[in-house]
Design a protein around this ligand. Structure first.
Ligand SMILES: [Zn+2]
Length: 364
């Protein structure tokens, strides 16, 4: 369970190591940054360093002491993860002793991305007990911005009276959705995302020869790109984009039905793997959003963020609709994306998305 530090996170680590060396370590750390960029590994590496019994330098773990070995095995009694049911499922290493660890699981049931009050109560229970190994204790919580209101207020009580020796490490996508009172009790540290060059270098080493187009599609978030490239719906992405490139030939009901079938199959065949990141209707709507964003960009000579390899296709499409209509559709998608997680009929929902897209190129 020890994490690797990615090169783009090195400055944040230096900053934290300085805090640690100066004896200025906060009791609650709030790490925030873009998903799919190695943030959880960073948080775990920080936790390992805090627990290490023989640290070679400030905020470094030796890797060989009892604490480091327990941490690597995922069984350090002074380190506990508090996650949404969805993350527990995807990461597949939930502590079976945790009540509620299997919450939301079961055939066909969607796992909650929300952190509810039960999880925070377990955190409070953990906070109340003494250190097993006599050192610091670490409670790692993510995604902290997915706490519901009751959960956040319950956490606040524990943050307001921090038990001695306990370090909270909260991990969030963004600070906007966090309760300001929770935010103000934490030391916030931004975790940078890799730029295109750093992401490409990472892909050359870890992408196993897969198409680098996945990196652009995932907006340079390397772990999202790899999860997608390895997922059963990787081919769905290419097929969707080929279809979007030729709206006149797009068979809306057939494409919507086949995407629904592929999503359901991916869910069933690979529920507990990196694929779970990708096998999600929200991801498909995200692809549509990325496509329309680049189409708008192609019309205004912007650089293409998600589909640099399809610039000619996108420029042609941009010439066949108006900026006004494309922007309207983008706005509609943004709204639709909010409801995309659990629609009643996936195919019907996608038909709506695709139908409105094809209409962009018809007569006004
Ligand atoms: Zn150690």
């Amino acid at each position: 369970m020890t994490g690797a530090i990615q090169p783009w996170h090195a400055p944040a680590l230096v900053r934290l190591a300085e805090l640690r060396a100066r004896g200025n370590w906060p009791h609650a750390l709030l790490l925030h940054g873009k998903p799919g960029t190695g943030r959880r590994d960073f948080a775990r590496a920080v936790a390992a360093a805090l627990l290490c019994e023989n640290p070679p330098a400030a905020l470094q773990a030796c890797g060989s002491c009892v604490s480091c070995r327990l941490g690597a095995a995922g069984s350090h009694p002074d380190l506990k993860l508090f996650r949404s049911a969805w993350f527990e499922h995807v990461e597949g290493d939930a502590d079976p002793a945790d009540a509620g660890a299997d919450e939301g699981e079961g055939a066909g049931k969607r796992l909650s991305r929300e952190i509810n009050v039960d999880t925070i109560r377990r955190l409070a229970d953990f906070a109340a007990i003494a250190s097993h190994r006599g050192g610091l204790r670490v409670a790692l919580l993510y995604p902290a911005d997915a706490m519901n209101h009751v959960a956040a207020n319950t956490l606040l009580k524990t943050l307001e009276e921090p038990p001695p020796g306990l370090v909270f490490v909260l991990l969030a996508d963004t600070l906007d959705r966090l309760l300001p009172t929770v935010r103000s009790r934490c030391q916030a540290v931004a975790l940078a995302a890799p730029d295109a060059t750093a992401a490409a270098a990472w892909w050359a080493e870890h992408g196993a020869g897969r198409d680098a187009a996945f990196l652009a599609l995932a907006d340079q978030a390397p772990f999202t790109a790899l999860a997608l490239a390895q997922s059963p719906i990787a081919a769905t992405a290419a097929r969707l984009h080929d279809a979007l490139a030729d709206p006149a030939a797009l068979d809306i009901p057939a494409l919507a039905r086949s995407i629904e079938t592929e999503l359901r199959r991916a869910d069933r065949d690979a529920p507990r793997s990196a694929a779970a990141f990708a096998a999600d209707l929200g991801t498909v709507v995200g692809w549509l959003q990325g496509w329309i964003r680049d189409l708008i960009g192609a019309g205004s000579a912007d650089s293409l963020r998600y589909h640099p390899a399809r610039s000619a296709q996108l420029a042609r499409l941009a010439g066949r609709t108006s900026l006004h209509r494309a922007l309207d559709y983008a706005r509609w998608l943004t709204e639709a994306a909010r409801h995309a997680r659990q629609p009643l009929g996936i195919a019907l929902f996608l038909e709506d998305c695709l139908g409105r897209y094809v209409a962009l190129f018809g007569d006004a």
